[in-house]
Design a binder for this molecule. Sequence first.
Ligand SMILES: NC(=O)c1ccc[n+]([C@@H]2O[C@H](COP(=O)([O-])OP(=O)(O)OC[C@H]3O[C@@H](n4cnc5c(N)ncnc54)[C@H](OP(=O)(O)O)[C@@H]3O)[C@@H](O)[C@H]2O)c1
Length: 273
Amino acid sequence: MPKSIPVLCGSITVEPYSFGVKIHNAAYRFLGLDYTYVCFGVGSAELAVQAIRTLGIRGMSVSMPYKQAVMPFLDQIDEAALSIGAVNTINNLGGSLTGYNTDYVGAIRALEETTDISGKELAILGAGGVARAIAYGAKREGAKVTIFNRSRARGTALADAFGLKFGGSVDDFRANDFSILINATSAGFRAPEVNPAEGKLASHLVVMDVVFIPAATKLIREAKALGCKTVNGTRMLIHQACGQIELYTGCKRAPYQVMEQALLDEIEKTSRC
Ligand SMILES: NC(=O)c1ccc[n+]([C@@H]2O[C@H](COP(=O)([O-])OP(=O)(O)OC[C@H]3O[C@@H](n4cnc5c(N)ncnc54)[C@H](OP(=O)(O)O)[C@@H]3O)[C@@H](O)[C@H]2O)c1
């Protein structure tokens, strides 16, 4: 009998990318576990879930556009993922597949490293998948959440879904009404010259960005320069991966720092290409 049996984990997405691969494998190496994480580009959510069962893959990250599409093919869905309406993690325990959402876990862990959330006026820019996960988590932690979004229909739909306020378009955000600002739009992604809250920041705000390329976005750089406390998108990304690793391995705390270094190295490498 071998002492340890190699374990396969992975992610399903349309176009394979390297960030999850680097973060997860760095953690497994550090933990001394014989786990390997690979990224699969797939064309069908149903066939991808079937492959998890067939190949005995231990855990699978799920990227857009498959976060909703995998849900009908799982055996159970965790309550938070059901409320959010998206699964970014599939945990395979003895052939039974459970869907989770660790995006909200990552966002809340990252934010709570810097500030308490309960009772705070918190503005979310955006109403896409990530905004929805964060809105769920922030409300659950007791924040008073207001949604701002470019498209009114999508913004009001998110606000209505969780009983939150809708504040109008991103331009309608006013710093004086809030103590926490989270950019959950994709504005600024691979665009170091774009700040969705340009000219609207004030030093009392805690400012978080979900965008993680560049690691310090223009929003984060300008907030820091004003004296705001800031939370980079990389912190959310690593904390959501920590949540996955804790599910797949049963370890109590995934090794945040080695994962962060692996991510920052990869962002730097891909930014040079
Ligand atoms: N840090 C992490 O762990 C993590 C994890 C996953 C994703 N992300 C990042 O999160 C971002 C959002 O992802 P998602 O899945 O939520 O995307 P999504 O579902 O496509 O939603 C995109 C959101 O951004 C808004 N938006 C896009 N361009 C904009 C612009 N120029 N000005 C104002 N609003 C704009 C959209 O507004 P409309 O509704 O008006 O179109 C929508 O609210 C992406 O950059 C992604 O890379 C981060």
